[in-house]
Design a protein around this ligand. Structure first.
Ligand SMILES: [Zn+2]
Ligand SMILES: [Zn+2]
Length: 302
């Protein structure tokens, strides 16, 4: 199979899929936040207020799009445990939904599945958030189904207490056959400098809710907290990536092992290829820059 899964040669848009404002427990008002992201070069933003459906279309600009969003969830057995799921809505979202998301009867992983299914019924795609911060073991969430993505990186959790990284959980889902994408997000609350620390770059034909939602569903994007990916895909039996200067490029594969490339001397890497053996179930790419920051491709499934 020859396929390019992401390319900056195609129309692409940068966005943050997880943000709180004064509507829930953020510190700044939505307009201030939208302006700050637009100034930073972002193209789209989702306000994902706790249990409150939000679609602030009045903040749309010709070059800046607000997506419908919510962060829902439920309690979990342990005193520090919780489940949080971000929902990103499509263009057909009915604005009366979720004004009063009732989670009082939901509990544990069964409750989390109900949240995912309720979001899906209403036309949202679901992202399982910050599992390390939520104190969930993989075993506790392994049975979750019908969600589209997991937060491989949550910037606010990273800043707060180093609970923002979750690539182990992502691979664990992929290795048991649960096909999900990964996203990096800010989860900005404006209590710290938490703007612009985790984002996605999406290949979509236009900056509309429908096009971005569709691209997220299809996995036509990559995630990052630093480096940029120019293109990745498969050509003539090899997985390839082109990227901003990197100290390491990893091809993470399963079940057969993948491979890593590392810069030598002061010559940084801007591309790499990995030869497929033909029995890989998936390959995904991580690009690491000199500051230890990472860009994550979505998995290529075989
Ligand atoms: Zn959360
Ligand atoms: Zn949040």
């Amino acid at each position: 199979m020859n396929v390019e899964l992401f390319s900056t040669a195609q129309t692409h848009f940068k966005g943050n899929l997880h943000t709180h404002s004064t509507i829930s427990d953020g510190m700044r008002d939505p307009k201030e936040i939208a302006d700050a992201y637009r100034k930073k070069g972002y193209d789209f933003l989702a306000f994902t207020e706790h249990y409150t459906f939000t679609w602030l279309q009045e903040l749309n600009q010709p070059d800046f799009l607000i997506l419908p969003g919510i962060e829902a969830g439920c309690s979990a057995p342990g005193p520090y445990q919780i489940h949080h799921v971000v929902g990103i809505g499509g263009a057909d979202i009915q604005t009366e939904h979720f004004q009063n998301f009732d989670h009082s009867q939901l509990h544990g992983t069964t409750g989390a599945q109900t949240v995912v299914d309720t979001l899906q019924e209403q036309g949202y795609l679901s992202i399982y958030c910050h599992p390390v911060w939520s104190r969930q073991s993989f075993a506790e969430i392994a049975q979750l189904e019908r969600f589209q993505a997991i937060e491989v990186y949550n910037h606010n959790c990273y800043l707060e207490d180093h609970t923002g990284h979750a690539s182990y959980y992502w691979d664990a889902f992929l290795r048991q056959g649960t096909r999900i994408w990964a996203v990096a997000t800010d989860d900005s609350h404006q209590k710290a400098e938490d703007f612009g620390g985790g984002w996605v770059v999406v290949n979509a034909p236009s900056l509309t809710v429908e096009a971005i939602n569709q691209a997220l569903l299809q996995g036509s994007f990559y995630s990052s907290n630093g480096p940029a990916i120019e293109a990745y895909g498969v050509k003539d039996g090899k997985v390839y990536v082109r990227c901003s200067p990197a100290v390491s490029i990893h091809f993470v594969a399963f079940e057969r092992r993948g491979g890593s490339f590392h810069a030598t001397g002061d010559r940084l890497l801007t591309e790499a290829t990995h030869t497929l053996h033909g029995d890989e179930k998936y390959v995904r790419i991580e690009v690491v820059d000199e500051r230890g920051r990472t860009a994550w491709s979505n998995p290529i499934f075989f």
